[in-house]
Design a protein around this ligand. Structure first.
Ligand SMILES: C=C(O[C@H]1C=CC=C(C(=O)O)[C@@H]1O)C(=O)O
Length: 419
C-alpha cells in the first residue's frame, strides 16, 4: 500500500507595495537583536523573524547553503530570500537565515515599486499586522574598551614578521587584522548601531546578519540577472591632524587623496586585489571591463583606492552566492599568492577571523543578490562587541603606520557604539 503524505500547505512569499512608506527602513525593525539588513544610501532590504537558519563550516559552505535554500523553498510561490554571512575560512562558521518578513526599497528586483513588503505565507508563524509591537531603540550607554596594548603590539610584531617573509620572497602581500573588545553598560541594540552606521557612512553597505553588524565600503559582488558588478578596494590613506569638518577637513582629505594616488606601495597593494578579483570573475563572464587606473573613494575617516569591475555573465549565470564564494578571498582580505598568504594569516593572527572579512549579504530565489566584504564590523553578543580591522601588508609597510591604519578603520564601528 502506498501512503500519500498530507499535502503540504501552500507556502511562498506574498508581496505588496507599501502605500505609506516609512522614511527609514531601519525604523521598521521591531526588535533590538536578530536583525537582518543590507542598506546603501537608504535603499536596500531589512528583515526580521527567522523562518529557518542553517549553520555550516567547510570549504563547500556556500554550495551547502545554496542546496539548503533551494530544497527549503522548492515549490514556493513568489520570490523567497535568504541573508547569508560566510565565514572567512573553511573552519569558520557560515550562517544563512530565511526571514519571515522583509521590506525592500529601491535596488535590484523591485520591478518599479519603490517600497515593497514581503511576508512568508503558510509559515505558521506570521503574526497578523500590528501584532508585533516595536521595542524602542536603546543606546548602549557607557562603553569600556578592553586594554588594547597587547593586541596592538601583537599586530606590529605580525607586520614585522610578514615584512620579513615578503623580503624573503615567500609572498608579495597578506592582509593582517586584529580585534578590539568593547563592553557596554546596556545590551547592544543592533538598530542603534545600524542607524548610526548608515548616517555616518552613506557610501558604505550597512549590514547585519546573525549578530555581525557593520558598514562596509567594499561590494564584493552584485548579480542582477546577467549583470555582475564588483568594487575592489585596497590601498588606504587618511587625513593627518585633526578636524574632519569644514575647510581644514576638506584640505586634509584632498591631501590624503593626493598621497594615496602618488604612493607606489598603495598602488601595488591595490593591484594584487584587482588581479585576484578579475581572475575569479573572468571564467563566468562573456564580457568583463576593468578600468586601467583606480579612482579614490572618500569615506568618513579615510580614502581608498577603488576599481569597479562590470561584467556580463555567460549562461547559465552563477548565483550571487556562488560568485561571492568564487571571488573570496580576494587579495583585499587574503593576499598573494593566496595559499601562502592564508597560511601566514592563520599563523600570525591570534584568533580565527570568524565571519569578519567573509562575504555578507542576501540572495533571492532567482539567484540575484548582493554581497559585501564583512569589514568595519563588530560581532555583537549582549553587552559585548568584538571589533575587527586590518590592512594589506606589502614591501615597504611600516608597523606603526599599519597599526594606525587598522585603528582608523575601526573608527566607523567605534563611533557607532560610542557616539
Ligand atoms: C581589511 C580591511 O580593509 C581592506 C579593504 C580596503 C582597504 C584595505 C587596505 O588598504 O589595506 C584592506 O584591503 C579592513 O577594513 O579590515
Amino acid at each position: 500500500m502506498t501512503l500519500t503524505p498530507a499535502a503540504d500547505p501552500a507556502r511562498g512569499v506574498v508581496s505588496r507595495t507599501l502605500a505609506e512608506p516609512p522614511s527609514d527602513l531601519i525604523e521598521l525593525l521591531t526588535h533590538p537583536t536578530k536583525t537582518l539588513s543590507f542598506l546603501h544610501k537608504g535603499d536596500g532590504i531589512v528583515a526580521e523573524g527567522e523562518f529557518a537558519r542553517f549553520v555550516t563550516t567547510g570549504a563547500d559552505a556556500a554550495a551547502d547553503i545554496q542546496r539548503w535554500f533551494s530544497d527549503l523553498t522548492a515549490g514556493w510561490f513568489g520570490r523567497p530570500l535568504m541573508f547569508v554571512s560566510l565565514g572567512f575560512s573553511a573552519a569558520d562558521e557560515s550562517v544563512a537565515v530565511v526571514p519571515l518578513r522583509w521590506w525592500q526599497r529601491g535596488g535590484i528586483n523591485t520591478t518599479g515599486h519603490p517600497w515593497t513588503e514581503h511576508r512568508l505565507f503558510g509559515a505558521g508563524q506570521v503574526e497578523p499586522d500590528g501584532q508585533h509591537a516595536s521595542e524602542p531603540v536603546g543606546a548602549p550607554g557607557a562603553v569600556r574598551f578592553a586594554d588594547d596594548a597587547a593586541s596592538v603590539a601583537a599586530y606590529r610584531a605580525g607586520v614585522v614578521e610578514l615584512s620579513r617573509r615578503i623580503a624573503n620572497g615567500e609572498l608579495v602581500k597578506a592582509v593582517l587584522s586584529r580585534t578590539a573588545v568593547a563592553h557596554t553598560e546596556r545590551p547592544i541594540d543592533e538598530r542603534f548601531l545600524l542607524g548610526r552606521l548608515a548616517a555616518r557612512n552613506p557610501s558604505s553597505y550597512t549590514y547585519s546578519v546573525a549578530g555581525l553588524v557593520g558598514a562596509s565600503p567594499e561590494l564584493l559582488v552584485r548579480r542582477n540577472g546577467s549583470e555582475v558588478f564588483s568594487r575592489v578596494l585596497a590601498g588606504t590613506a587618511w587625513r593627518t591632524g585633526s578636524g574632519p569638518a569644514g575647510a581644514a577637513g576638506a584640505d586634509a582629505d584632498a591631501a590624503a587623496v593626493a598621497r594615496l594616488q602618488a604612493s607606489a606601495k598603495e598602488h601595488a597593494e591595490h593591484h594584487w586585489a584587482v588581479e585576484s578579483a578579475q581572475r575569479a570573475l573572468q571564467p563566468y563572464c562573456r564580457l568583463l571591463t576593468v578600468p586601467e587606473e583606480p579612482s579614490a573613494l572618500q569615506l568618513a575617516d579615510l580614502v581608498h583606492l577603488a576599481t569597479d569591475l562590470h561584467g556580463m555573465l555567460s549562461e547559465p549565470a552563477p548565483t550571487a552566492l556562488a560568485l561571492a564564494a568564487s571571488l573570496h578571498p580576494t587579495a583585499a582580505v587574503g593576499g598573494t599568492p593566496e595559499d601562502v598568504a592564508l597560511q601566514a594569516i592563520a599563523e600570525l593572527e591570534p584568533e580565527p577571523r570568524g565571519r569578519y572579512a567573509g562575504a555578507v549579504g542576501w540572495q533571492d530565489g532567482t539567484g540575484d543578490g548582493e554581497f559585501a566584504l564583512a569589514l568595519r564590523c563588530a560581532e555583537i553578543d549582549g553587552n559585548t562587541a568584538v571589533l575587527h580591522a586590518g590592512g594589506g601588508i606589502v614591501a615597504g609597510s611600516d608597523p606603526e603606520v599599519e597599526a594606525s591604519e587598522a585603528a582608523v578603520k575601526m573608527l566607523a564601528i567605534r563611533h557607532a557604539l560610542t557616539g
